[in-house]
Design a protein around this ligand. Structure first.
Ligand code: SAM
Length: 221
């Protein structure tokens, strides 16, 4: 990942205490996200994939209304916040250390939503006991969460745990290294995967993955 520094292309608003904020308009609403460059690592800044995923959800807004959505590696929470503004029942998740940033931004930006979002700890692989397999998610979202190869097996295990035959996984990714492609090769071994959106300027693609449908007619009796 690139080093954490201010992006000259972005317009930041500085609050008195020196915390940068970025303002967006999504779903006709102002969304103001607080970022922290002093600490919090990757989770504390908004990555372009999160904005591109937010725009994708906004363009397909009817599909998430009243649906169960879980976001993995939410960081500042922008993607999950947009899903919440669109009327989804959202659970935003990240590691325990990252959740402060997520909670602050969710609290500020989801005051008048159809379903109050939840912010919960989910370290991939480790915290699955907090998510009963009987819970159904219509969508699993992840923006820029494919970058640490060591986490790939746990992330795949987490997807397997949360996903059922009616779940749609949407992952927005910037492919930086061959290992990122390797993740998608692993994903393709279990899911039908296709690219549903490409942003050439930011070099971000959104991948849609679903479990293969069982062909009932072809099954032996
Ligand atoms: C590059 S940031 C992306 C943040 C946000 N989705 C965005 O696009 O702005 C990657 C996120 O994945 C989270 N993450 C990394 N490893 C994780 C793990 N093992 N379990 C859960 N979350 C993890 C980080 O805390 C961070 O929030």
């Amino acid at each position: 990942m690139s080093a954490l520094r201010l992006d000259p292309k972005k317009k930041y608003v500085w609050r008195g205490c020196g915390v940068p904020e970025e303002a967006f308009s999504f779903c006709g609403r102002d969304v103001v996200i607080q970022e922290s460059f002093g600490g919090g690592g990757e989770a504390a800044i908004i990555w372009p994939a999160a904005i591109i995923m937010g725009r994708y959800l906004e363009a397909n807004k009817d599909s998430v209304v009243d649906r169960n959505v879980i976001e993995l590696g939410a960081g500042t929470g922008l993607t999950g916040i947009v899903a919440s503004l669109l009327g989804a029942k959202v659970t935003l998740t990240d590691t325990k250390e990252a959740l402060e940033s997520t909670s602050i931004n969710v609290g500020r930006n989801t005051k008048k939503v159809r379903h109050a979002p939840k912010v919960q700890q989910l370290r991939w692989g480790a915290d699955l006991h907090m998510y009963p397999e009987s819970d159904h998610y219509d969508y699993i979202l992840g923006a820029d969460i494919i970058y640490i190869e060591d986490t790939f097996p746990d992330l795949l295990r987490t997807l397997r745990h949360l996903c059922d035959r009616d779940t749609v996984i949407l992952l927005a990714s910037k492919i930086r290294y061959p290992r990122d492609e390797r993740f998608y090769s692993m994903l393709r071994q279990e899911y039908d995967v296709r690219v549903v959106k490409e942003d050439r300027e930011e070099e971000v693609k959104i991948y849609k993955a679903t479990l293969p449908r069982r062909d009932v007619a072809a099954m032996p009796c």
